[in-house]
Ligand binder design. Sequence first.
Ligand SMILES: NC(=O)CC[C@H](N)C(=O)O
Length: 309
Amino acid sequence: MACRSNQELKAFVNEARNCTTFGHIADYIPVLGKARPDDLSIAIYYPDGECVSAGEIEKKFTLQSISKVISLALVLMDRGKEQVFQRVGMEPTGDPFNSIAKLETTAPAKPLNPMINAGALVVTHMIEGEEVENRLQRLLSLIRQMANNPSIQVNEEVARSEFETSQLNRALCYFLRQHKVLDEDVEDLMDLYTKQCAIEMNCLELGRIGMVFAMNGYDPDSKKQLIPEDIARICKTFMVTCGMYNASGEFAIKIGIPAKSGVSGGIMGAVPERFGIGIFGPALDEKGNSIAGIKLLELLSENYQLSMF
Ligand SMILES: NC(=O)CC[C@H](N)C(=O)O
């Protein structure tokens, strides 16, 4: 049995919120710097449609790196495993998400996995469609179905803020282009990637997306298989091995839930066959994960024995 009451969840939020004072807001994307460090919200979304939640649940945030799991699902559906894994690997790096180091020391220069920026840029470049707008709409359409909200949009201000400042991601793109892992105009790819990262929602919607992954791609409400089971399984495996950046090993040991975080402070969790979790807490720890979000997951995992291991 897991938490089925808002009151119970609220007590966990109050406890976890204490550690927000030890975290820092990411401001290398300037607009993200406006977030309130002590915000913390969570939603647990069950397959029967029940949802328990606590904290500032109406607050919206951008997906950032969480979007990498969904773009991976889309690209695996678009192109198949063989083509995708020709260009991006399956191994954790142990390096920060934006590191360029391993690209130069591994031959061929194939990014080690789709959750680091280099790998995610390669994945986004494989989203099928004629133009940036059309490819973005295909990704948005999958995300809207998973979240069950047709009005989910890109936060244009956040997208622009990243587009204007993202020189390290541009460097990764040019490196990959030189090595023929990418064959797209870098500015077009940056346009699509920064919009993908700036897709905005609240923790209830993120929890629903987590629930669809927990149910192996099946949406029990619409009774549609939104993502084929084998692809949902690949996504969840990457969430375990690389979802929390270079803190994924410790997270697997302490919490044991497939999860993906983003620098805006979101965490999406998928407790296999049971429920989805959406968290927003913008104060980050030194590895870039929501500091109070991790505390909250620790409390939940301990209290309800959620570890899959
Ligand atoms: N860790 C993250 O959430 C990184 C995503 C961010 N848009 C970036 O590329 O830097």
